[in-house]
Design a protein around this ligand. Sequence first.
Ligand code: HAM
Length: 434
Amino acid sequence: MPAYRAPRGTRDLLPTETPAWTRLERLAADLAARYGYQRIETPLFELTDVFERGIGEVTDVVEKELFRLAPRTEDGESWALRPEPTAGIVRAYVQHGMQTWPQPVKLTQTGPMFRYDRPQAGRYRQFWQFDVEAIGDPGPAVDAEIVELATRFFRDAGLADVEVSLNSIGDPACRPAYLEALIAYFQGHADALPPTERARLARNPLRLLDSKDPAMADLNAAAPRITDHLCEACAAHFAAVQAHLTALGVRFRIEPGLVRGLDYYTRTAFEFYVVGREGQQQAIGGGGRYDGLVELLGGRPTPGIGFGIGLDRVLLALAAAGIASDGGAPSPVAVVVGADPDDTTARLVIATDLRAAGIAARAELSRRKLGKQLEAAARDGAHFAVIVGDELADGEVQLRDLPAGTQKAVPLADLGREVARSHGAHHHGDGSGG
Ligand code: HAM
């Protein structure tokens, strides 16, 4: 047993695993750019207030899962690690006066989030999200555009079977009447409520609907549904979102019980599930509209919508589906070896010059014999061995094409160009250049 291990609920991403991550991060960045989202980076921690106000004080995320940082100063500020990016991004939108920019402001971010949850497969204390936010557009068209973007991400990542669950959770006009109906319903079943849920009933009845307590499943299934209580404006908005999704060919399932776990949502709400993995009760992504959040965090009333995709869960689903990713160490194009095992200087200088010319090169820095150096170069999968020998005095080295078994003298001054030219000719179009 090693003395130190990564904290519970966190993982090291080893070089065997990072290629799969890099692929998803690139896909996220490419798609976001194609859809007009610009990258924003916000701090990994914020004033606790930002999360308490933004996400809501009576939510699991804030009540149970917030990583609060121990205060280090007397100035009374309290901070927490971000459990999600939306509140911080909206804080930045307000702080930097983005309401004066052309609307909507379309922002994207991919990075680690922190929730002090009970760790299990697919639930971590540090996890990664690909997030997009479109702030300043009331929809409904942008709602469909965002959901379609998420489905394209899953498809391009290699997950063929992702289901979209869709709902509308109303707005401040229609929700109060619904909440009354909901409270009356749960009060009628007060005896069946677990104590924590009973305590929440008065403070945040909507949260009972996304309770993780199994004792709530039957009660929630029979609870009044927000979709039966939508005001005219919300109902029209919801119908238009569906019509846009249908026009885009995005299939979805109306899920009247879907309310999401964060308080800032209004109207459109959605979650993504991998078909066949529903048993895990784990969404691989979710999001929705938050038309009150900008104002809540001190800005002018401004609508917004976005999603967060859990990259850890996407990778688990890909692995479960047997979709392999290109792991393994990358092969150098050239390995610089030497007849004089002790002359590491010449080998290092030549490899450095090759790298400066843009070529992936490794210098053999061990002092083993030339034969062993060449064997290692071949094992690395290198295309060339650059052999440094007596000709170095005349400004030349031997360039050996390892797979072809051919060799020729090349002036040092031409080496970079020659390696790039021959490597490019051999590897034309296989995309694995050096
Ligand atoms: P969320 O549903 O709380 O939404 O999280 C989004 C996704 O992050 C989840 O669907 C899941 O895939 C992943 N996730 C959440 N918690 C964990 C965890 N402990 N371990 C692994 N993965 C996890 C949000 O965070 C909102 N900010 C989404 C959004 C953006 N809404 C509007 N804009």
